[in-house]
Design a binder for this molecule. Structure first.
Ligand SMILES: [Zn+2]
Length: 487
C-alpha cells in the first residue's frame, strides 16, 4: 500500500518543550539567518566589491564559493563561542548567580541543603542564566542555544575531523548538524566515533546535505557496535505525540511511534478511508477521508471507527487489536476562546482567539461560543476588555484571575519563552509577604524553569510604573523588553 508523503518532512517535532533530545526546530532557520547576516554585510569577509561589474562567470563563481565558505566559517565560530560561554559559566558561575554564599563561615542554608548541593544548584542555575542571556541577545530559542552548544561539544569530542572542515568553511552547518545528531546517538565507544568521523568527513566534502544525511545514516548503522534490537528498545522510550500550530486555522499532530505500530495505525486509517469512499455520494478525497477518520477516532466521535470495526478483523494481532478497540469517552479539556462582543453580534470582524493557538475563524468562534460546556467563553468588551470581577484580598490566585491571565498573557513572561500560561506558575513580581497584591498588575505567568531562574540567578524583572510593561535585566546587565503579545 502507498501512503501519501507529507508536504514536507515533519518527522522531527519542533516544540521547544517536547522533550526530544535533539529538537531541530530552529536549525534549518539558522542557515537562513547566517545567509541574512552575509546579505546584510554583517560578516566581515571583504564583501565590499560584490557590486563591481564582473563579466567573467569564472570569477563570479569563485567569489560565490568564497562567500559560502566565509558563511560556514562564521557559523562554526558562532557555535564555538556559544559553547565557550557555557563552559566558562560552568567554570565560574559567579557572574551569573552572584558570590558563593557557602564561602561565608557563618553560612547555613534555609532549605537545609548541603554545601555540595548548593554548589551543584549554582552551577545548574548559572548555566541556565547564561543560556537565557545568549538566547535573548541573539533572539534564539533557549533550546536552540542548548542544541548548538551540544552539537559543538559532540563534534569536538566525537568528530574532530568534521569539526575541522566545518571550522575551515569546507562543509555547511547542515552537514555539521547532521553529523552531530548522528554521532550523539552512538554509544560511548571511541572506536565507532572514529570510524564515523572519518566516513562522515569524506561524505560531507562530496555530497549535498540531503544526500549526505542518507549516506551518513547508513554509515552510522555500519559503525554502530550494538544490535538494532538493543537500540530499538532504547528508542521506544522517546515515543510521544506533539501538536504544532499551522497557518489558516490548521494544526499538525505528530506521533513518534515504533514503526510497526505506526504502520498498523496507517493501515487502519487507510481501510477506514477506502471503506467510506465506497459510500454513495462521498466526494472527499482519500487523503481527506484518512484525516477525518484519524480525527474522529482520536477525538472520540467514533464515526469513522465504527465504519471500520469489522473491516480490520482479518489482520488482527495484539497491536491492531488495541488500536481497533473503541476509545473511551474523551476527556473534557478546558479550552478558552476569546470572542470580541461585537464580533459575536456580527457588527465587527475582529477574529476570535483560541487560547494557546491564536486567531481562529469567526464561524468556528461563534459555534464554540454557543456550544459545549467544556469551553470557557470570554467575551471581551470592545473598549475596556476586562470581563471579570476579582477578589484582590486573598493570596491564593483566584481561578478566574488565573484564567484571565492565561488569556491576556498567553505565554510565560520571560523573553522568548512560548510555554502556554496554563502550564506556568503565577509569579508574584512583588512578593506577597512584602505587601504585593494578588492582582493582574503584580502577577505574571512564568514557567517553572524561568520562575526559578528569576529567583536564583542574577536575572531580574521589573514593571514600568507608567506603562505597566514588564522588562528584564540580564545577569551581564543588558536591558531586555518583554516580548510583544503573540496575538
Ligand atoms: Zn518560560
Amino acid at each position: 500500500m502507498e501512503f501519501p508523503a507529507p508536504a514536507h518532512d515533519r518527522s522531527h517535532p519542533t516544540d521547544a518543550w517536547s522533550g526530544m533530545p535533539w529538537p531541530d526546530g530552529d536549525e534549518l532557520q539558522s542557515d537562513a539567518d547566517s545567509a541574512w547576516a552575509v546579505a546584510l554585510g554583517l560578516l566581515d569577509d571583504g564583501a565590499a566589491d560584490d557590486d563591481s561589474p564582473l563579466a567573467d562567470p569564472v570569477l563570479l563563481l569563485e567569489r560565490l564559493e568564497d562567500r559560502a565558505a566565509a558563511r560556514h566559517r562564521a557559523t562554526a565560530a558562532e557555535y564555538d563561542l556559544i559553547l565557550r560561554v557555557l563552559q566558562d559559566a560552568a567554570d565560574d558561575p559567579e557572574p551569573w548567580v552572584g558570590p558563593d554564599p557557602t564561602l561565608d563561615g557563618l553560612w547555613s542554608d534555609a532549605r537545609g541543603r548541603t554545601v555540595a548541593a548548593v554548589r551543584r544548584d549554582r552551577l545548574d542555575m548559572a548555566e541556565r542564566a547564561a543560556v537565557a542571556e545568549i538566547a535573548v541577545r541573539l533572539r534564539l530559542a533557549e533550546q536552540t542555544v542548548r542544541t548548538r552548544a551540544a552539537h559543538a561539544a559532540v563534534l569536538r569530542e566525537r568528530c574532530p575531523q568534521v569539526w575541522t572542515v566545518f571550522a575551515d568553511g569546507l562543509v555547511s552547518e547542515r552537514h555539521a548538524i547532521e553529523t552531530a545528531r548522528l554521532a550523539a546517538t552512538l554509544p560511548a565507544d571511541p572506536a565507532s566515533w572514529e570510524a564515523f568521523d572519518a566516513g562522515a568527513r569524506d561524505r560531507a566534502l562530496r555530497l549535498s546535505p540531503a544526500r549526505f544525511a542518507t549516506s551518513a545514516r547508513v554509515l552510522r548503522e555500519r559503525v554502530h557496535p550494538e544490535s538494532v534490537e538493543t537500540r530499538h528498545q532504547r528508542a521506544r522510550a522517546d515515543r510521544g505525540v506533539w501538536m504544532t500550530a499551522e497557518l489558516d486555522g490548521m494544526a499538525t499532530l505528530t506521533a513518534f511511534l515504533p514503526a510497526d505500530r505506526a504502520a498498523a495505525a496507517m493501515t487502519h486509517l487507510d481501510r477506514a478511508a477506502r471503506h467510506l469512499a465506497t459510500i454513495e455520494g462521498e466526494d472527499r478525497t482519500l487523503a481527506q477521508l484518512r484525516a477525518d477518520a484519524f480525527a474522529d477516532l482520536l477525538a472520540g466521535a467514533g464515526t469513522a471507527g465504527d465504519a471500520t470495526a469489522d473491516s480490520s478483523a482479518s489482520t488482527r494481532d495484539a497491536g491492531t487489536e488495541r488500536a481497533a478497540r473503541p476509545s473511551p469517552a474523551p476527556a473534557r479539556p478546558t479550552v478558552i476562546v476569546t470572542i470580541p462582543a461585537l464580533t459575536l453580534l456580527d457588527a465587527d470582524d475582529t477574529p476570535a482567539t483560541l487560547d494557546g493557538y491564536g486567531p481562529i475563524d469567526l464561524d468556528t468562534g461563534r459555534r464554540l461560543a454557543g456550544e459545549a460546556t467544556s469551553w470557557i467563553r470570554v467575551l471581551t468588551h470592545p473598549v475596556t476588555g476586562t470581563p471579570l470581577a476579582l477578589d484582590r484580598t486573598t493570596y491564593r490566585v483566584p481561578t478566574a484571575l488565573r484564567r484571565w491571565l492565561g488569556v491576556t498573557s498567553p505565554t510565560c513572561a520571560f523573553p522568548g519563552c512560548g510555554r502556554p500560561a496554563r502550564d506556568c506558575d503565577l509569579d508574584h513580581l512583588h512578593a506577597w509577604s512584602e505587601g504585593g497584591a494578588t492582582d493582574d498588575d503584580n502577577l505574571d505567568p512564568e514557567c517553572r524553569h524561568h520562575h526559578r531562574m528569576r529567583h536564583e540567578t542574577r536575572w531580574a524583572a521589573s514593571r514600568d510604573p507608567d506603562t505597566g510593561d514588564l522588562a528584564w535585566t540580564t545577569p551581564l546587565g543588558a536591558h531586555i523588553d518583554a516580548d510583544p503579545p503573540p496575538f
